[in-house]
Design a protein around this ligand. Sequence first.
Ligand SMILES: [Zn+2]
Length: 288
Amino acid sequence: MAWFRKERKPRQPRRERLEIPPDTWEKCEACGHTDIRAKFLRSFNVCPACDFHRRLRAWDYAAMLLDEGTVSEESGELRSVDPLGFPEYPARLKRALTNAGDADAIVTVTGLLETLPVGIGIMDFAFMGGSMGSVVGEKIARLGQRSLEKKHPLVIISASGGARMQEGVLSLMQMAKTSAVLSQLAERRIPYISVLTNPTTGGVSASFAMLGDAILAEPGAVIGFAGPRVIKQTLGQDLPEGFQTAEFLLDHGMVDQVVHRRELRPTLSRLLRHMTGRPAAAGHVQES
Ligand SMILES: [Zn+2]
């Protein structure tokens, strides 16, 4: 009765499976649109379907804003220490260094923005939620000091959950420290532009992020000091819909302009030239 028994052969796949690396596709968190990664990158990580501004890493901002080959990092050697002996902090720092790859939650660079020399500080949310500790404060202070010496305008792009809890009061001191250097810039009439990205909250929004001579924000960015629940509990009032967004703050005079990411470079260039009285360089004819 052997012919009743079916011989079982392992099934061969008809075609070779195509090896698609898992990071080829990207999905928009806002609308679910899925597209090839290259397409997201070409539009500076703005969703091609719904215009949602996804997070951009610090070095990508530097490459987007500054002229090719002019970017140079400042104070890249600074590292956070564990001044309070906070439980797990050294391990968390080590993890952040491995995962985010940057020295801390801000990268400070100098370079040319459409041939205009500038200093730019770019916060990186990927490094411990863009939290501000001693290193973030010190890097901003040093970049500001450099701006004072060279008389170069300063730009800071913020993305932060607030002060770094693990450094306690030392984190809170950075609010005063960064504000102090910015007031010196204001006295000498050296322009400082603040760019708020999603999210800009806590101690960062309560210090340098809101002290710009001009304050720009990316569309849809969440901007605020405390979370909505805390405010509601404190005030005992209902809060208006979307009151912590860039657009709401623009309507209420807290932000000067909401700027699409693709317009950020020309907008900064135009503003800084206007503020410094330096005309546009040859070969950099400005659109619009
Ligand atoms: Zn989308």
